[in-house]
Design a protein around this ligand. Structure first.
Ligand code: PEP
Ligand code: MN
Length: 284
């Protein structure tokens, strides 16, 4: 960890702000909420999500077009067609988009359409990919590996930063353990530790951590209460029909309710929510 000279916090008030667009940033006082389906399935699906969640309000849209699936026979993502849908909806609703990049060969194509590139858990230690993303010119959402230690997670971020990209956001998304009731175990201790050790924004993905939609809202509020700078949550117009991760997907209604319920928790820990009435980002 002593090697992590770029990721480590230099002083207690050292905090990086990472911008996704002109109006949306993470790491300041405002909590960033990213919502959307696991996978981009159709224009209608993404239109509905963007239109309905924009007023929740969420500040950025997610949707995978290259999907890392356990089975090679499962839906692998909609690829370029999905990127075009993301870009169209992003423009129409003025929502920056986050999508996963699985390989060096996809960086250029995805960068032409997306505002932030996600490194999935399964690629957290794909060092060649991390090095290449150092040169991508886009902010990186780095998800913690399925069984990565906090030190390995920090060093993965150090790879991206030491290759030229200072705009890294860390994402705790649950780690493997013995209990199969939940998909993973949400490590909120890691969130607290990462906030203490690093100056990078830290967000939580309660969807992949829990794997069960009924746990997502409480875990989201707990994440904000313990200092997370934001959340990335899976939401779908027809959750049970999601082509991937259906059990953890929230309905649009549940997502809107959840976003609104975060406000008092955020305020209790000195944070603000982006408001519909106040869309401009302001560092206080
Ligand atoms: C995802 O965000 O859809 C995803 C595959 O996440 P993870 O890499 O955390 O499993
Ligand atoms: Mn998913």
């Amino acid at each position: 960890m002593k090697d992590a000279k770029l990721v480590r916090k230099a002083a207690s008030d050292h905090q990086s702000i990472v911008s996704l667009s002109k109006e949306v940033a993470i790491g300041g006082q405002e909590i960033l909420i990213i919502g959307g389906p696991c996978a981009v399935e159709s224009m209608t699906q993404m239109e509905t999500v963007a239109r309905e969640l924009k007023s929740a309000p969420i500040q950025a849209l997610r949707g995978g077009v290259y999907k890392p699936r356990t089975s090679p026979y499962a839906f692998q993502g909609s690829g370029l067609a999905g990127l075009e849908i993301l870009a169209t909806v992003s423009q129409r609703y003025d929502l920056p988009v986050v999508t996963e990049v699985m390989a060096i060969s996809q960086i250029e194509e995805i960068s032409a359409y997306a505002d932030m590139l996600q490194v999935g858990s399964r690629n957290m230690q794909n060092f060649d990919l991390l090095k290449a993303l150092g040169q991508a010119g886009k902010p990186i959402l780095l998800k913690r590996g399925l069984a990565a230690t906090i030190e390995e997670f920090i060093m993965a971020a150090e790879y991206v930063m030491s290759h030229g990209n200072p705009n890294v956001v860390l994402c705790e998304r649950g780690i493997r353990s013995f209990d199969s009731y939940t998909r993973n175990v949400l490590d909120l201790g890691a969130v607290v530790a990462l906030k203490q050790l690093t100056h990078l924004p830290v967000i939580v993905d309660p969807s992949h951590a829990a794997g069960r939609r009924e746990l997502v809202a409480d875990l989201s509020r707990a994440a904000i209460a313990c200092g997370a700078d934001g959340l990335i949550i899976e939401s779908h117009p027809e959750p049970d029909h999601s082509v991937s991760d259906a059990q953890q997907a929230l309905s649009i209604e549940a997502m809107i309710k959840l976003v609104r319920s975060i406000k008092p928790v955020a305020e209790a820990v000195g944070r603000k929510m982006y408001g519909v009435e106040c869309p401009q980002f302001a560092i206080v």
